[in-house]
Design a protein around this ligand. Structure first.
Ligand SMILES: Nc1ncnc2c1ncn2[C@@H]1O[C@H](COP(=O)(O)OP(=O)(O)OP(=O)(O)O)[C@@H](O)[C@H]1O
Length: 265
């Protein structure tokens, strides 16, 4: 249905990175996620698509326990990272979020310098032995987020002074600075113009060489361009999950077909 060429088409690995079984989420009486089972692959971009309110962001937030911060939210079921239960009481959510990083819809740099935005995570996780180490991590992260050349001469300037697209790439640099294994992105391009969107999409394709990337998007064109796997959610159910090409050209479920052809949502 969407014939936009993908940046890269083949899936590099079929190793499972994150696995969910029987995942349920309630906000008070609102049953937002219903019995979701999914295996998310390593070194692959997976898109979550579906109509507004279907639970995409809620399920994404289950994957690094961001829902823990919402009082009325209750998560049930089993979610594992490399086979280990991330909801085990012995798991420290802060450590987990260093392994499973997150980039939000609205760029949200800290009110600190560009340098300190990126250095913050490595500092609190004790990743640098000295200033030279930290400088190296900051440079590498900014390079990975394809923003180094634009900011290298003003690392002491506030992150909030950058353009929206630059701020989002700074937030991506901040997220990759702790060397995460998984990167969760909740509509990372929705506040960006087409040029900045293209830059972030290119970056997503590069990041999957090293990480498992999961992206929530309202744009089916974007899902088709950047992801190898797509999951379609509807009313809290994971209706269909498979290769992006198959989901967009030959969906198995009529609800998926209705959504991608614009009849629902
Ligand atoms: N913090 C919250 N407190 C209470 N209810 C919430 C909260 N966040 C989401 N919900 C509810 O959970 C359901 C799923 O919402 P969610 O934001 O996960 O959907 P979504 O598919 O990401 O939507 P959108 O595409 O509009 O961002 C909705 O009924 C929503 O009202």
């Amino acid at each position: 249905m969407y014939d936009t060429p993908k940046l890269e088409s083949e899936t590099v690995t079929d190793e499972v990175k994150i696995s969910a079984r029987g995942c349920q989420v309630h906000y008070g009486d609102n049953h937002a996620i219903k019995d979701v089972d999914i295996d998310i692959q390593d070194k692959t971009v997976t898109s979550f698509i579906g109509p507004s309110g279907c639970g995409k962001s809620t399920f994404l937030r289950c994957l690094n326990r961001m829902n823990d911060t919402i009082d009325i939210c209750r998560v049930q079921g089993n979610i594992t990272l490399d086979g280990q239960d991330i909801y085990d009481p012995r798991v420290d959510p802060v450590q987990l979020r260093a392994r499973v990083g997150m980039v939000f819809q609205k760029p949200n740099p800290f009110p600190k310098s560009i340098y300190d935005n990126v250095a913050y995570g490595p500092k609190i996780h004790g990743m640098a032995r000295n200033k030279a180490d930290l400088d190296g991590i900051v440079e590498k992260s900014l390079r990975r987020a394809a923003i180094w050349d634009e900011v290298k001469d003003r690392l002491g300037a506030p992150g909030t002074g950058l353009s929206g697209g630059q701020q989002q790439r700074l937030c991506i640099a901040r997220a990759v600075a702790t060397e995460p294994e998984v990167l969760l992105m909740d509509e990372p391009c929705s506040a960006l113009d087409p040029i900045a969107t293209a830059q972030v999409e290119e970056l997503i394709d590069e990041l999957r060489q090293d990480y498992s990337v999961v992206i929530v998007t309202h744009s089916m064109q974007q899902a088709a361009r950047v992801s190898q796997k797509t999951a379609f959610f509807h009313l809290g159910n994971l209706v269909e999950y498979g290769d992006t090409g198959q989901i967009f050209t030959n969906p198995a479920d009529t609800r998926t077909e209705s959504y991608i052809t614009g009849r629902i949502g």
